[in-house]
Design a protein around this ligand. Structure first.
Ligand SMILES: *[C@@H]1O[C@H](CO)[C@@H](O)[C@H](O)[C@H]1NC(C)=O
Ligand SMILES: *[C@@H]1O[C@H](CO)[C@@H](O)[C@H](O)[C@H]1NC(C)=O
Ligand SMILES: *[C@@H]1O[C@H](CO)[C@@H](O)[C@H](O)[C@H]1NC(C)=O
Ligand SMILES: *[C@@H]1O[C@H](CO)[C@@H](O)[C@H](O)[C@H]1NC(C)=O
Length: 442
């Protein structure tokens, strides 16, 4: 076990943790601290890639926005060459100049997601065309589609059988992207790029969902996708489930959020502008040092019948958003689909979120991920918005990670404040990066 030909130029350290080990957790919150846990033997290999990390900035083509515009768009995008390990991925909305950042209160970045597909090389343009059509045809965006692709992926492993494209991995976050640490310190990373043999190529698709809330009657209603402020039923064909007040079904692509009268017409035209999505990809060319991570996304709404992704909470009168009586707590128990050391964890929730926490089977708090709320009126510090979410554990080499066992029952808890509610279109997710030795969907 080593780095093959690279051994001479790198330092290889094997650490075998055998007995009881202290786990140091960085939860960043009032309830954080140092806890003890029984750790299974972990073989940790440290191995520096000689070529180091590279970084490249990309921008999408321009998207045109007016006050109220909603875009939920998919783009084929460039990626690093060859086979590589993603180490980090930063993103934000910028003006057409590809430089000037746009504050969340003007254009709310609901989410961005990167998908990697394996596409047959033979006739690849036709396959890519089909793939894009399918992604764009789903009124709820990528959500159902990706679930379907996931099933397809389960049926067969590459290389081989299917003669069509299939989803390999996905990662992404939302408005919190500017101040959320998504780094995967060496030797860890998401495997990506050329590795599917002669028959398939790696193709990346970016999904950006953004809402222009300049001049909105209620900015928060727009960002929460409340049905009463969107023209989601232009075709007259939309039927919503009983009691559905907001979510992706109401702020899908090409809908508009209601803006004040003075922002419509002429003023709205004057405020028309082009924006781009800019992202900075950090990666290391592939070598044997890389320890691939699997991204396990838990959804607190997954209670028996598959995830619903979004939910809503009621209203509560109080001056203090953290008032105990005004906190909605969702608890779910889920089995880990994989085994491996937990390298990092970070929650995803929307404004009015309080925390996302995950516990091991024996009740050890593995991570409490907390929102960072903006307090000002500048980019990255937008008052009332979740501008960042704290993560647990990077860098990985400062402690011994907790070893999650396949089928281990994990407890996942998400808390929202009901103050200023009801709140709709909420999400309660946590992304666990687990060193399984492979990257892919689970
Ligand atoms: C690493 O860098 C060396 C020297 O620049 C280069 O020759 C080699 O191709 C690089 N390896 C990879 C995997 O990029
Ligand atoms: C490539 O695709 C074309 C059209 O679908 C088909 O006729 C041809 O047999 C394929 N070639 C190979 C090598 O699979
Ligand atoms: C959408 O419009 C149709 C036709 O006007 C109407 O029957 C239906 O109830 C509307 N759906 C919703 C969710 O309002
Ligand atoms: C955000 O803005 C507020 C008000 O101007 C300021 O007090 C605070 O320090 C800012 N926060 C950061 C992280 O810059």
């Amino acid at each position: 076990m080593g780095c093959g030909g690279l051994v001479a130029m790198t330092m290889v350290v094997r650490v075998v943790g055998l007995l009881v080990t202290m786990v140091i957790m960085q939860s960043g919150g009032a309830t954080g601290g140092v806890r003890e846990s029984l750790i299974k033997p972990v073989v940790e290999m440290r191995c520096e890639s000689i070529n180091g990390t590279r970084k490249r900035e990309f921008v999408t083509r321009a998207m045109s926005f007016k006050p109220g515009t909603v875009h939920n768009l998919f783009f084929f995008v460039d990626a690093p060459e060859g086979r590589f390990a993603t180490r980090d991925f930063l993103a934000e909305m910028v003006l057409e100049d590809a430089t000037t950042p746009v504050p969340l209160y003007d254009t709310y970045l609901h989410h961005w997601l990167m998908y990697e597909y394996a596409v047959p090389k033979n006739d690849s343009d036709a396959h890519k065309h089909d793939l894009m059509e399918e992604l764009q045809s789903d009124p709820l965006g990528q959500l159902k589609v990706s679930a379907r692709h996931k099933d397809r992926k389960r049926l067969t492993e590459y290389p081989g059988a299917p003669d069509t494209w299939f989803l390999i991995q996905q990662f992404g976050v939302g408005a919190e992207t500017r101040h959320t640490n998504t780094k995967m310190p060496a030797p860890y990373g998401f495997e990506g790029g050329d590795r599917f043999g002669e028959d398939y190529e790696s193709v990346w698709v970016l999904n950006v969902h953004a809402i222009d809330t300049r001049g909105a009657i209620s900015r928060m209603s727009c960002t929460e996708c409340r049905c009463d402020v969107f023209d989601f039923n232009k075709t007259g064909a939309v039927i919503l489930p009983e009691g559905y007040h907001g979510g992706l079904a109401c702020c899908h692509d090409e809908t508009h959020c209601l803006v004040k009268n003075e922002f419509q017409g002429e003023t709205g035209m004057k405020l028309a502008r082009n924006l781009r999505f800019r992202y900075t990809w950090s990666w290391t060319p592939w070598d044997e040092c890389v320890q691939p991570l699997t991204n396990v996304r838990l959804d607190v709404t997954e209670i028996g019948f598959g995830e619903q992704l979004e939910y809503e909470v009621g209203a509560c009168e109080s001056n203090d958003p953290n008032d105990e009586v005004c906190i909605d707590t969702k608890v779910s128990y889920q089995r880990s689909p994989v085994s491996g050391p937990l390298i990092s964890a970070v929650g995803h929730f929307h404004a009015s979120g309080i925390s996302a926490s995950i516990w091991s089977k024996d009740g050890t708090l593995l991570c409490e991920s907390l929102p960072i709320y903006g307090q000002g009126h500048s980019v990255g510090n937008e008052s009332g918005y979740v501008v960042g979410i704290t993560s647990c554990w990077p860098p990985a080499d400062t402690g011994v990670p907790y070893y999650i066992t396949k089928n281990e029952m994990l407890k996942f808890v998400v808390k929202y404040s009901m103050v200023d509610g009801p709140h709709t279109g909420l999400m309660g997710l946590i992304n666990l990066k687990i060193a399984t030795g492979r990257t892919g969907l689970v």
